[in-house]
Design a protein around this ligand. Structure first.
Ligand code: ADE
Length: 324
């Protein structure tokens, strides 16, 4: 499947309204209030920082906010904002109340970040014209807008940037019942038949993450189609996902490699992230941002000041005996 098709598919599955968004109860409540207040005052929404592991719905939430406020949402990511003119071009093109979504906002370079400060605070763009002694700063007024920043690493944001967000909200891993509803909702949109238990089996292996749940559903749908099976039940979902190397806890090949490397080569830790990365050939940032959060969440690893430690539960799950 090419990237364009997969992105289009993902867009088609996103909920459009806050009421259709499953899970993240606290976040929805906070945003419902912010939306109602902003609408009453006929103002733009406060700047919002969303943080948490990837795939939990940060972009989706930003698009929903735009729909609820009746404005446009411009989506970009920090690595696409390399030159000052990248961000100035976007800011100048915004209409009153528009939402600007910046993914991976912890990766902004300093110049871009400093252009954002007056924009966020005073709806003003300060640009320098000319060079050396004749350089002058010109201020261009901007329409009021809302910056929605998304990050997996809230600790890596500079404090001046973090302080300019009126709302700072964390997205949590989803509960099993929420993910089951998401699988059922997506199955409906894809016109795939799935039983309650089938949906639950897919949800159980989705690492608390809707993006993964929807991806697994597609893989199981392919399997059912090729085997000419009309409805996805628990057994079929389990068999298909085993085949695709997604185990009963939702761990994939890389998760298991990270854990077994820490156990076999480092006696289960404490071991540093870089050492695990070098031994597995995985990028340390990918391990930290994508794999580790869920392994921490399910209690398969602990973080200590001296490094990562694999827990007894992980030893058992992987079939390593005796523990330690
Ligand atoms: N699809 C992906 N994430 C979702 C969510 N949180 N609610 C409803 N549908 C979704």
């Amino acid at each position: 499947m090419d990237e364009v098709e997969s992105v289009e598919n993902e867009d088609r599955l996103r909920p459009q309204r806050l009421a259709d968004y499953i899970g993240q109860k606290d976040l929805k409540e906070v945003l419902n209030i912010a939306i109602a207040a902003a609408k009453t005052r006929k103002e733009s929404l406060d700047h919002l920082l969303l943080y948490g592991p990837p795939g939990l719905g940060k972009t989706t939430m930003s698009l929903i906010l735009a729909t609820e406020m009746g404005v446009n949402c411009k989506i970009t990511a920090a690595p696409a904002l390399e030159r000052p003119r990248d961000i100035t071009g976007i800011l100048i093109g915004l209409k009153p109340g528009d939402i600007l979504f910046i993914d991976e906002i912890h990766r902004l370079n300093r110049m871009t970040e400093e252009l954002l400060y007056p924009a966020m605070e005073d709806s003003r763009l300060d640009i320098t014209v000319g060079k050396g002694q004749s350089a002058k700063t010109r201020s261009i007024p901007l329409p009021p807008f809302t910056l929605v920043g998304a990050t997996t690493k809230v600790g890596s944001l500079t404090s001046p940037l973090r302080d300019r967000f009126g709302l700072i909200q964390r997205l949590r891993f989803y509960e099993l019942d929420e993910l089951t509803l998401i699988v059922q909702r997506t199955a409906n949109l894809l016109k795939v038949e799935v039983t309650q238990e089938g949906a639950e089996e897919i949800a159980r292996r989705a690492r608390g993450t809707p993006r993964i749940a929807n991806r697994l559903l597609r893989r199981v749908r392919d399997y059912a189609q090729v085997k000419s099976i009309a409805s996805i039940d628990r057994e079929l979902a389990g068999t298909a996902l085993d085949l695709f190397n997604v185990d009963a806890m939702g761990l994939d090949w890389t998760d298991r490699l990270v854990l077994s490397t820490a156990i076999e080569q480092f006696k289960g830790g404490p071991v540093g992230l870089e050492a695990i990365a070098a031994a597995t050939g995985e990028d340390s940032r990918t391990i930290e941002d994508v794999y580790e959060p869920y392994l921490l969440q399910i209690g398969f690893i602990n973080r200590t000041p001296r490094g990562r430690v694999v827990t007894e539960a992980a030893y058992k799950h992987l079939g390593f005996f005796p523990f330690g």
